[in-house]
Design a protein around this ligand. Structure first.
Ligand code: TRP
Length: 345
């Protein structure tokens, strides 16, 4: 519908997805799709900016696609697609590089951090935020739900949009970022002062969405707590227990205060077991749907093709307008060899 806000989010195609990704990402996408016209893009073109294994990349892209559908995104209601299936993204990135400042790209914190961490620094790593700006701007996006670490990239996107609009005429909507409130973060089970992370957590510290039930139970049983006995939400003094309360709240949709009451007087052991069971119950139906989709690659491909078609239609007018306003000569298909062939040729 035209009066619904346009919402766009990009999901990385690589990395095993954790309970933190579920809480701060997948769960929000499914909720977001009720609030507007949602576009959820698996950003596979971004994945090749750092060293990667092509076979792993291929599989993890399909994994992420299956997870998006398994966690409740609806291919009819929303547009779920792979970035590389819509060529407008690569084209938009090139066009937008004309209105992106080299200096500003060099000041991106994520670029500096990743560049320091890798021996080979690709040109794509440097221009990564331009590709991201194109993702967002092609769809005239109003709202971008995004992690806190992406603030700078969103600011750059807004600068790029404004510079383009100023130079070539009003073309882009200036997008707004929506950042999750800090309370919604899932912390590492072994080191509750740290965020649960695909890249930084240990195997025991992170719960993966596709972990077997027994593995999940064990991870909760061995979760770090403290030397007190009280089940109370106090992230400063009791990081482990507070994290478990928050995870339980994500799994059962019960407010933390209610959970504190429910577990008042329980021992840590029983509490940890209850949290483990709640997470198993939360993930079981998601895992079942995920496995079905992963076993039926044709169905997964069909769902992605539906999304790609919708995304192409939605982005095409913007890309056309960009070319036109920038002064490109329009290619006229069939001019030489088609019906309109001039005499004498
Ligand atoms: N860079 C984002 C991240 O690391 C992923 C991303 C790519 C994205 N394109 C996007 C997010 C567009 C939001 C909108 O999380």
């Amino acid at each position: 519908m035209a009066d619904e806000p346009r919402i766009f989010s990009g999901i990385q195609a690589t990395g095993r997805k954790t309970l933190g990704n579920y809480s701060g990402g997948f769960r929000q996408y499914a909720a977001t799709q009720e609030q507007g016209d949602g576009f959820f893009c698996i950003v596979d073109l971004h994945s090749i900016t750092v060293e990667y294994d092509p076979r792993d990349f291929h599989e993890s892209t399909l994994d992420v696609a299956a997870l998006l559908f398994a966690t409740g995104l609806d291919a009819e209601r929303s547009t779920i697609f792979a970035q590389s299936h819509v060529t407008a993204h690569a084209e938009a990135a090139w066009l937008l590089s004309a209105v992106t400042s080299y200096g500003q790209l060099g000041r991106m914190t994520q670029f500096k951090e990743k560049a320091d961490a890798h021996e080979f620094v690709s040109a794509g790593l440097f221009t990564y935020p331009v590709l991201m700006a194109g993702d967002i701007l092609l769809y005239r996006t109003d709202i971008v739900p995004i992690g806190d670490d992406q603030r700078q990239h969103l600011e750059l996107t807004r600068d790029i949009a404004e510079r383009f609009n100023y130079r070539y005429g009003e073309t882009f909507t200036i997008p707004q970022g929506v950042f999750p409130e800090v309370g919604g973060r899932v912390m590492d089970l072994q080191e509750p002062a740290k965020k649960m992370s695909t890249t930084l957590s240990t195997e025991q510290g992170a719960v993966y969405i596709t972990d077997e039930s027994d593995v999940i139970r064990k991870k909760f049983k061995t979760a770090v707590t403290d030397s007190e006995k009280e089940i109370r939400h106090d992230p400063e003094a009791k990081a482990g227990i507070s994290n478990l309360l928050e995870i339980m709240s994500v799994a059962t949709a019960e407010p933390v205060a209610e959970l504190e009451r429910r577990f008042d007087g329980s021992g840590y052991g029983d509490f940890k077991e209850a949290v483990g069971e709640a997470v198993v119950a939360l993930l079981a139906p998601i895992q079942e749907r995920y496995r079905e989709l992963r076993a039926d690659e044709r169905e997964l491909q069909r769902l992605l093709a539906v999304g790609a078609e919708k995304a192409r239609r939605a982005s095409e007018p913007t890309l056309e307008a960009m070319y036109e306003r920038m002064g490109f000569v329009k290619a006229e298909a069939g001019r030489l060899f088609g019906a309109a062939r001039p005499r004498g040729l």
